[in-house]
Write a protein that binds this ligand. Sequence first.
Ligand SMILES: [Zn+2]
Ligand SMILES: [Zn+2]
Length: 356
Amino acid sequence: MRAWAVVENGKPLQEIELPTPEPTGTEVLLEVTHCGVCHSDLHIWDGYYDLGGGQKMSLVDRGVKLPLAMGHEIVGRVAKLGPDAKGVKVGDLRIVFPWLGCGTCATCLAEDDNMCAIATRALGVFQNGGYGSHVVAPHPRHLVDPGTLDPAIAATYACSGITVYSAIKKCMPLAPTQPIILIGAGGLGLNAIAVLRALKHQNIISVDVSEEKRQAALQAGATKVVDGNGDAQTVSARIIEAAGGPVPAIIDLVNGTATARFAFGALGKGGKLVQVGLFGGELTLPLPIMAMRALTVQGSYVGNPKELRELVKLAQDGELPALPVATVPQSQAYDALMRLKDGKVTGRLVLKAEAA
Ligand SMILES: [Zn+2]
Ligand SMILES: [Zn+2]
């Protein structure tokens, strides 16, 4: 197989030849047709996450091995089945769920693979992913049929899609008229507005520091927007005013010290703050208030195969507006990555295999 791989962190991707994996057991080998280029690929390529204050989290220390074909937003065509792989056939087009765990513990078997405590085997992070010609899914249950969806858009559901979908599910149940607050109106924020609208939610308040992004949020269907500039108390008060009272649910897609503070201050009794972004920082929690107001602060990271199937179903039902995507030949993976790094991308870049 061919791969456009990270051979050295921070250096151009190299086109290399690797042995094509032979599927065993329940494994399914797919020929990659599409793969989204995600912001987290830039961190994997760099080799570290910036934790702030000069601290870095090294990905090599966490078990990332080079050379690596990155890419976790994968769509491919089934090329070969292991002897125990059932339910798909050669030629089927499938979205590949990438957030794999050990595959055998109770958590994985309950299809909460992304929450596995034993192993993280995410495709494109700890195993070769969609920046290669082939990829292996450990089990057919990790494959989702995109149906008639544009495969370039369907690919993005595996990361950016389920990330917002899973966070929204953590806020539910809410009545459609109850306010849900989204902090950040970048790509994920606009995605979250689209998913909430598809779920027929009627009260969506978007918070951002940028006037331009607030306008984009309104265009995407936010009910109201709130200016995120100012000290925590001021922004909390603005959110409460826009919502007509302290709020039941907030999804923080930025999740930095400033946004976490004003989000926490806007929560009503029984309210929940779902933290998604990786901006970084810290939040001091007043403990008696946590108890007396019965508050919840919960993290959310990607999603599980059930959520991927639900999201794809929502899109297949025609409820989810298509995100802007641009395709790039897979052999130009490094160019695509650099365009993302330079901030020259609106919407999503998706690599497309020559044969696709
Ligand atoms: Zn991603
Ligand atoms: Zn597991």
